[in-house]
Design a protein around this ligand. Sequence first.
Ligand SMILES: *[C@@H]1O[C@H](CO)[C@@H](O)[C@H](O)[C@H]1NC(C)=O
Ligand SMILES: *[C@@H]1O[C@H](CO)[C@@H](O)[C@H](O)[C@H]1NC(C)=O
Ligand SMILES: *[C@@H]1O[C@H](CO)[C@@H](O)[C@H](O)[C@H]1NC(C)=O
Ligand SMILES: *[C@@H]1O[C@H](CO)[C@@H](O)[C@H](O)[C@H]1NC(C)=O
Ligand SMILES: *[C@@H]1O[C@H](CO)[C@@H](O)[C@H](O)[C@H]1NC(C)=O
Ligand SMILES: *[C@@H]1O[C@H](CO)[C@@H](O)[C@H](O)[C@H]1NC(C)=O
Ligand SMILES: *[C@@H]1O[C@H](CO)[C@@H](O)[C@H](O)[C@H]1NC(C)=O
Ligand SMILES: *[C@@H]1O[C@H](CO)[C@@H](O)[C@H](O)[C@H]1NC(C)=O
Length: 412
Amino acid sequence: MMKMTETLFLLLISELYSFQLAFSHFHHVSLSRSYEEAKEYCREMYTDLATVNNLTDMADLMASVPNTTVRAWIGLEMGDAPKWHWAWPHQKLNFSNWMAGQPQGLVQNSCAAMNLLGQWFESDCKLKRSFVCQGNINDTSNYIFVGNTKSWRDAQKHCRDLSMDLVGVGSAEENVDVRNVSTSQNVWIGLFRDAWKWSDGSESSFRHWKPQQPNSANQDCVAAVFKDESRWNDLGCSSKHTFVCHGPSKVVPTGETSTQETQGVTFPSTSSSSEEIPINSTAATSTQQLCSGNLILIRKNMTWMEALGYCREHHMDLVYISDQGAQDRAAAMARNATSSHVWLGLRYTCNFNFWFWTGSAADCYQNWAPGQGLEGANGCGVTGAMEATGGQQWVGLVETRQLNFICQDCAG
Ligand SMILES: *[C@@H]1O[C@H](CO)[C@@H](O)[C@H](O)[C@H]1NC(C)=O
Ligand SMILES: *[C@@H]1O[C@H](CO)[C@@H](O)[C@H](O)[C@H]1NC(C)=O
Ligand SMILES: *[C@@H]1O[C@H](CO)[C@@H](O)[C@H](O)[C@H]1NC(C)=O
Ligand SMILES: *[C@@H]1O[C@H](CO)[C@@H](O)[C@H](O)[C@H]1NC(C)=O
Ligand SMILES: *[C@@H]1O[C@H](CO)[C@@H](O)[C@H](O)[C@H]1NC(C)=O
Ligand SMILES: *[C@@H]1O[C@H](CO)[C@@H](O)[C@H](O)[C@H]1NC(C)=O
Ligand SMILES: *[C@@H]1O[C@H](CO)[C@@H](O)[C@H](O)[C@H]1NC(C)=O
Ligand SMILES: *[C@@H]1O[C@H](CO)[C@@H](O)[C@H](O)[C@H]1NC(C)=O
């Protein structure tokens, strides 16, 4: 009895967990891809590569990533021209108080300081200065002067550790107030210049670099490095990493229930024809067994996107075929389909010419029909299906075809 209760509890927890993941703003994709390929994938399946606005977002992003992940692309990339930004992620640059002849714009990356007269000047970010922190961008009474001298980046870290940031200045009055709390000659304010831009066009000026980063002129794309508090590093864009997308899934849940047209078959066990996840103590403890098992043929005709949405809503994903055994199990189910083919969790990215599984990073096993796969005449919106009869090999079909499909109950 105890064991059963525990099992139910575990199942409940894992359901809640996947529910949360499914609605999280961030989606880690464990395929290893170049930055541009990753961007293409995110734009196809979600909104774009991840944009990060603040440390709360960063914590959410970290939570979306398996703890074994070393680094993953986010949507920050080199833009055309450097721009000034306030450290506060969305503060407008509608007021300035530069000294005559400033800013000079001599280097790509620079920072701004305020002199005794409240005038601003461009400065090397590595110089050590006192600084002013601000607790809330809308609260101009909440300034803190810090007399210790630090580099601009270290000064920002000091402010952030106090749940503040370097001060933003929105008006002449605020400028006077900031000058007035400062007792030393020149202080850092929260103004900096860089050329990074977000893939989705967001104006967020939030940056979370590792110390000494970014550090290279030809590393134009950015990854979060999870062992270093998820701080950021600039990398060559063609290097391959997993990545984090943001935005709702473009896969629309169908909302239909599924009791009649489905056939659940558990391999190698023959017991279940139910739609429900088996409540069985081994199921909770041995994921492997559960995963090798549950494929479900859905005898309804849907487009590929609808089918993917259906599987993600009622099960885990469209079927992923990793080896001959999985192929044989899926083929046996496909023979009972009412359509000529059944959808698999296979999708083609037209701009980068590769196939990927929606539910798995791996892609070692293939079973394409002759002239299919990478040799096929694939266009955009082509997805993968298995022949229901004959050799039961894989073919590329336009995603709007209406076919039966096979779901699986666990990740690939
Ligand atoms: C962080 O940014 C997100 C938008 O990405 C916003 O919804 C949230 O309120 C922000 N949190 C804080 C603490 O500013
Ligand atoms: C990752 O998480 C799993 C369980 O959630 C845990 O068993 C494992 O020790 C963690 N690994 C690391 C490196 O933290
Ligand atoms: C700049 O914009 C902020 C709010 O976005 C506002 O509080 C401030 O008064 C504006 N300053 C000027 C000089 O328009
Ligand atoms: C600051 O005020 C603006 C408009 O007055 C508002 O949109 C924004 O959410 C406020 N930000 C914070 C952090 O309170
Ligand atoms: C500057 O701050 C002092 C106290 O720290 C205050 O007495 C004075 O009125 C302030 N001046 C301005 C112009 O705000
Ligand atoms: C759970 O399933 C396994 C095989 O899949 C079976 O041997 C075992 O008897 C089942 N346990 C219960 C409690 O149904
Ligand atoms: C196919 O359908 C028949 C009859 O409905 C059933 O007996 C058989 O188990 C099904 N095979 C598979 C692999 O689902
Ligand atoms: C699915 O479509 C095929 C034709 O492609 C049709 O023969 C079959 O009856 C349809 N199945 C269902 C369940 O509508």
